[in-house]
Every structure is written in C-alpha cells, then in structure tokens.
Ligand binder design. Structure first.
Ligand SMILES: Nc1ncnc2c1ncn2[C@@H]1O[C@H](COP(=O)(O)OP(=O)(O)OP(=O)(O)O)[C@@H](O)[C@H]1O
Length: 596
C-alpha cells in the first residue's frame, strides 16, 4: 500500500544525536537511536501538516536568519503547543534542523519532502487576497499580520495581496466587483464584522456568477468555492473561536497554509422578498437584540460595553410577544439535546455532505448546485405563539471565551440545520439561571420555560395589530438626538461611517448610526429602561444578526447547508490530535505525533 511506501530513509542528526528518519507518503518520522542502535522515542509529522522545508539552518522568528550549510536542512511543521483558553488546540510553528552525512543526501531529502507536499497536500492556497481592518479590536490588525502571519505565508510560498481597508464594506465591495482571477481564497484580519463582510462578498459574488437571485426566501443558493480565512484581530472573534477552537493568529495562519477546509452552514435572513443579511452564528430577538442596541450606545466603553449592556437589559426584565413558525429538521439525524459536540471530522457533518450534495463526486463537491433540496420535501411547519424573553437561531454552537460550550452546545457547523431556542417569559431569577448556565457545563435547555428545536427554516411575526415597522421607528427615534451624535462623532473621528442605500448595505447604515451614538453620560437612558426601572417597556425588540441590528422585525430565515468554506477544521479533540500515530503498522504504536 502507498501508505507504507518509503520515499526516502536514512540516518540523520539533530545536534549530536543520531536518528533514523523516514518519509512516507503521509508521514515524516524520526526515531532517536542510542549508542547500541536501540530505538527510543519517535516523532511523526503528517506530510499534510508540514509547512515547508529549507536548505541550511533557517530560523524565521523573531527574524529570518539563514545559515547556508550544505549538509543541513530545516523542516517546518505544525506543532500542537497546548490548549487555548477555549476548547481547541493552539498551534505553533515547529522547527527541526537535520544534518545529513552528505550534500547529495540533503538534496534528496529536500526534493522528496517538496514533492510529497505537492502530491499529498493539493488543497493548499498559493495566492490569497488579504483584507486588514486597521480599526478592528485593539487596532493591532496590521501589526498582527506583518509580524506573525506574513512570515509564515512567505515560508509556505504563499503570495498575498494585502488591502488595508479605509472604510466599512470596502472588503465586501472589492470581492463583489473586482477581478479575483488567480486567488485561491480571501482572508480577513479583524473581527466578526470583517468576517461578515467577506461572507457577504463571497456569497453575493458566487450567486451573481451563477445567475441566481439572493432575494427569493425559498431559493437555492450556489455553494461558494472561494475559501475564507480568518486571522482573529477583533474585539469579538466568535466565528474564529467556533470554527478553530481558539482565537490565535498563528493557529489560524497555519490552518490557512495547510489548506484546511471546513464547510459552514449559513442562514439567509429575508424580509418579505428581500435579502436582509446572512448569518453564521446568531439571529436573536429580545434580550440579545436589546443588549446589542444598548451596547452600540456605549461604544466608548470598549468591549466592556457588552457586560454593561447585558446587566442593564437583564435589569429591564423585558419580554416580547410574537409568533415563531419553524420547519423541523429530520430528528432521526441528530438533536440539539443529544449531548454530542461537533468536533473536527464530525460524523454528522460529513454524512450531511452526502445528504446535501448526493449527486456530487468527491473531486467537485458542489458540482450540482440544485441537488441540495431536490430530494427533500419541505417537511412540517410548527408554530409557537406567546411572550418570549428571547428567541435565538444559531447555525453553530456559538461558543466563545465567555461561554465555552456556547448557545447550543450540540449544534453542528455543517449539517444544514440551525438550533432554534425559545425562552418564554419567566421571572428574573429564572432568566438569570438560564443565562448563568451558559458559563457553566449545566444544561441551559433543562428549564421549564426553555425549548430548543433543530430546524431548517424559521419565520417570525408580530401579533396582529402590532406595528411591524417598530424596528425602523426604534431607529428613527434614535436619530432625533442629532446634536449628541455629532458630539460622539467628534469624539471618534477615526471611525468613518458609510451610509448605504443598497438592500444589504442598509444594515451597515443602521449599525453605523448606532456607532455614532457613542457619547458617554449624555443619553436619556429612561427610554430604554423598563420593567424594574421605568414605566413603559417597548412592545417590540430588534433582531441581532451576528452583531448587527436588523432594520426589520418580521423576518424569515432559511439555513443553507455548507454554503461557504473556511480555512479551518472545526474544534480539534486534543486527545485525538496529539495522540498516537494512525499509521500503526509503520510505528507499532510507539510513535507520538509531533512533539509538544
Ligand atoms: N477602515 C475601516 N474603517 C471603519 N470601519 C471599518 C473599516 N474596515 C472595516 N470596518 C468595519 O468595522 C466593523 C468592525 O470591524 P471588526 O469586526 O474587524 O472589528 P471588531 O473590533 O471586532 O468589531 P466590533 O466593533 O463589531 O466589535 C466591521 O463591520 C467592518 O465593516
């Protein structure tokens, strides 16, 4: 079998220790030998996780240094360097310098490793379009890219075209309008807002090219070939956290280099027959909408604004009336309460690929765009009416550092479904219990006022007679305080704001307007406090769609299975990732995958 075919095998030295090294199609392994030729520990690196090989003794960090000796070569590879603050495994750049007995042998090793990389890692990107938001997070995007990421890309032979954005939506517009021939993927250096720009650009462009309308709420969308990479550099990096397991620029860069590919479900949100926005993590009404709206008024607080606004909105103790209709997913496939986790190599997601794209061959996964829903009947629509503290739809667990298991711990990244969580009106203590359970491993769905459903589509309507234009009114009432806005803009002149009139761009207008409302201590908070703190609570909330406020209250959502692909592999199970070599016939179980 090819797996056992050795490309090259010889004695090599690391320092003054002798090793028996072997390169097969899938692994580069080296075993320390003692003076009596007895084997000691073996280190084994998957060829797919080799970043590059260089002649001589090479260092790239903190600065590139090359000592061009003719019997040495340096191997760079993915090294698992422990657990991050979340669920996932931190990656760093492993480096080992080998010495050969002769120059010929050195050249043979280098050539064979490079050939193995070409043959067995075909999905690696060669050319990337990188967008850096210089204002994201702590404004370290440029520094993060140039000091941590660019040297890795260079080592791996990836050429990158870098665009430092000068305005909101520049990245989205660039992807929608410019010639992208030759690019294998697009990368953002920023937070969830930047990711969302790339998501909208990539999906929009793909639909344009396929001649499909994004505005039909029940239409099928063409899955996107262009991969998206995320280098986390924002104040919220939830999508990166949920798809890689850690928020670490080096880990993400290494996933991009080796061409990891994680399909992702996307929820399309429509109002009547217009696309409003795409979401991958949260579409939330009630509490989560109110917290976002409130937090936008306190941007000057930085990331603390979310905690502050969460407390304020909790104290307000609001609830809202409405009707939620939902289309159930097949309960035989998985359930939001089955206590499973969607980890790297998830069985439910990989079986979903076959179910969502049954006519595709493995080389061209998305060759038949219409296969996705062709064999599915719509299924059964259910309806729930009442008063809700919050309504959330999430296409992924939405785990984040504050909630390591997330909004829906058993949600899948790529099974073509979302989890709908309905939290009915309850007393303040009950709701606090629900919220608190997100920060522990206790089951937040095991409460009498909470229900969760795995769904393919959702519709929300207000009670008859309720004004469906309330979200717009909510916005307009905010615009009345123009003087205060001007002051806020004066205080944050470096956050330019672009107002747009296109359908999807209108959201940016809303978000921008909210961003402009940052003046501390000048706002009449009484409009927003209710329940415990004020007399007239609002009848209608707003929708929070991946951190943006939607301009409509009555919306419909449909999950599009595996619509985009990220340079990621889902959350790695540490035990499996750093475990024994899978090639047990070669190493007889003694081999450890990469040193730590
Ligand atoms: N040059 C720019 N100037 C102003 N805004 C920009 C610029 N480039 C991108 N943006 C916008 O800034 C928003 C926030 O960016 P990003 O997500 O990278 O950072 P963040 O700190 O995580 O954001 P947030 O403020 O939402 O927490 C995005 O919605 C993006 O559209």
């Amino acid at each position: 079998m090819e797996i056992n075919t050795l490309k090259v095998e010889s004695s090599l030295w690391i320092g003054n220790k002798r090793y028996r090294a072997a390169l097969s199609a899938w692994y580069f392994s080296w075993t320390e030998l003692d003076k009596k030729n007895r084997e000691k520990k073996t280190v084994s690196v998957r060829v797919s996780e080799v970043i590059g090989v260089e002649d001589g003794r090479v260092e790239i960090q903190p600065q590139k240094k090359v000592e061009d000796t003719d019997r040495d070569f340096t191997l760079f590879y993915v090294k698992r360097s422990g657990r991050g603050s979340g669920q996932g495994v931190l990656w760093s750049l492993g480096r080992t310098q080998f010495s050969c007995p002769s120059r010929d042998l050195r050249d043979q090793w280098v050539t064979q490793v490079r050939t193995a990389l070409k043959t067995h890692s075909p999905a690696r990107p060669h050319r990337l379009l990188v967008f850096i938001n210089p204002f994201g997070g702590k404004r370290r995007g440029k520094q993060i890219f140039h000091s941590l990421v660019a040297p890795l890309f260079e080592l791996a032979g990836i050429s990158s075209h870098v665009v430092v954005t000068e305005r909101a939506n520049q990245a989205r517009d660039h992807i929608l309008k410019k010639d992208l021939t030759g690019f294998d993927g697009v990368v953002c250096v920023g937070g969830d807002g930047m990711f969302s720009e790339l998501l909208h650009g990539v999906i929009g462009r793909t639909q344009q090219e396929a001649g499909l309308s994004e505005h039909d709420p029940s239409g099928v969308l063409q899955p996107c070939d262009l991969h998206i990479g995320i280098i986390p550099a924002g104040s919220t990096d939830c999508v990166c956290f949920a798809t890689v397991g850690v928020n670490d620029p080096v880990t993400s860069a290494l996933h991009i280099i080796i061409g990891d590919s994680q399909p992702l479900d996307v929820c399309a949100v429509h109002h009547q027959s217009s696309l409003v926005r795409y979401s991958v993590s949260l579409v939330g009404y009630g509490f989560y909408g109110d917290v976002l709206a409130e937090s936008e008024r306190h941007r000057w607080m930085g990331p603390l604004r979310y905690d502050y606004s969460g407390c304020m909105m909790y104290l307000c103790n609001r609830s809202y009336q409405g009707t939620v209709q939902f289309l159930l997913a097949d309960p035989g496939l998985s359930s939001p309460r089955d206590k499973t986790r969607c980890l790297s190599g998830c069985r439910v997601c990989s079986e979903s690929t076959e179910r969502l794209f049954p006519l595709s061959d493995s080389c061209s996964l998305y060759s038949d765009k219409l296969s996705q829903y062709s064999d599915q009947s719509e299924g059964e629509w259910m309806s729930v009416s009442g008063r809700f503290k919050c309504i959330s739809l999430t296409c992924m667990s939405s785990s984040c550092p504050k909630s390591p298991l997330g909004l829906s711990p058993s949600a899948h990244l790529a099974d073509g479904t979302g989890d709908l969580i309905l939290v009915r009106d309850t007393n303040a203590l009950g709701f606090l219990t629900y919220l608190h359970r997100h920060t522990t491993s206790q089951d937040q769905f095991d409460l009498p006022f909470v229900e969760v459903h795995r769904v393919k589509a959702v519709k929300f309507t207000l009670p008859p007679g309720e004004d469906s234009g309330e979200a717009e009114k909510y916005e307009r009432s905010e615009q009345n305080t123009e003087e205060e806005e001007e002051e806020a803009v004066m205080e944050h002149p470096d956050k330019p704001c672009v107002h747009e009139s296109s359908k999807s761009g209108s959201l940016q207008h809303l978000a921008c307007t909210a961003k402009e409302r940052g003046a501390p201590g000048k706002r009449k908070t009484s409009d927003f406090l209710c329940g415990l703190c004020c007399s007239k609570p609002p009848a209608v909330s707003v929708w929070n769609c991946d951190g943006e406020i939607l301009p409509h209250t009555e919306i419909s959502c449909r999950v599009h299975g595996q619509l985009v692909r990220l340079y990621a592999r889902g959350i790695e199970d540490e035990a499996r990732a750093v475990g024994l070599c899978e090639d047990s016939r070669d190493c007889k179980g003694k081999c450890v995958l990469h040193s730590r």
